[in-house]
Design a protein around this ligand. Structure first.
Ligand code: FES
Length: 153
């Protein structure tokens, strides 16, 4: 497991973040098992690996949802009502920001500027961008997406 990442040239604590990034890129998140493996590989305590991983908010510790929802909270989106969109999304999905639905269909995150400020406030789901979102727009988008999911099932 992770033999392409845990190579001899990386066997130094200075490579910890790089290793964690690559594992997250491969698995979509950092499992306890992965962090124990990294701790053993770098001869560090699991508490030290956990401490570093949780310090950076780029790492996630639960498997990603099939439909990750990201609400931009960069300056332009925030000024255009991003917080209300985020709250509406949390309400409609019935999950907290940073959470994942029990069926792992949706997760909800707030993210920094995603580079399309002219379309603020912006939401992304998987690779699709939803521009100029509003709280009522959130409900419309989710009704459509849930209908698509049911059609696929
Ligand atoms: S601030 Fe949201 S896309 Fe730039």
């Amino acid at each position: 497991m992770y033999s392409s990442i845990l190579t001899a040239s990386r066997r130094h604590p200075g490579h910890l973040i790089d290793i964690l990034q690559q594992i997250q890129s491969m698995d979509g998140y950092l499992s306890n098992q992965a962090m124990l493996k990294v701790a053993g590989f770098l001869d560090m305590s699991s508490a030290a690996v956990w401490g570093v991983a949780t310090f950076y908010n780029q790492f996630r510790f639960t498997p990603p949802a099939r439909k990750p929802v990201r609400v931009c909270m960069g300056t332009a989106c925030h000024l255009a009502g991003g917080q209300l969109v985020l709250e509406a999304m949390a309400r409609e999905l019935k999950i907290e920001v940073g959470g994942t639905s029990e069926d792992r269909e949706f997760s909800l995150e707030r993210v920094a500027c995603i580079g399309c400020c002219a379309l603020a406030p912006v939401v992304t789901m998987k690779d699709k961008v939803y521009p100029r979102m509003t709280p009522p727009g959130v409900e419309e988008v989710l009704v459509g997406i849930k209908a698509e999911s049911e059609a696929e099932a």
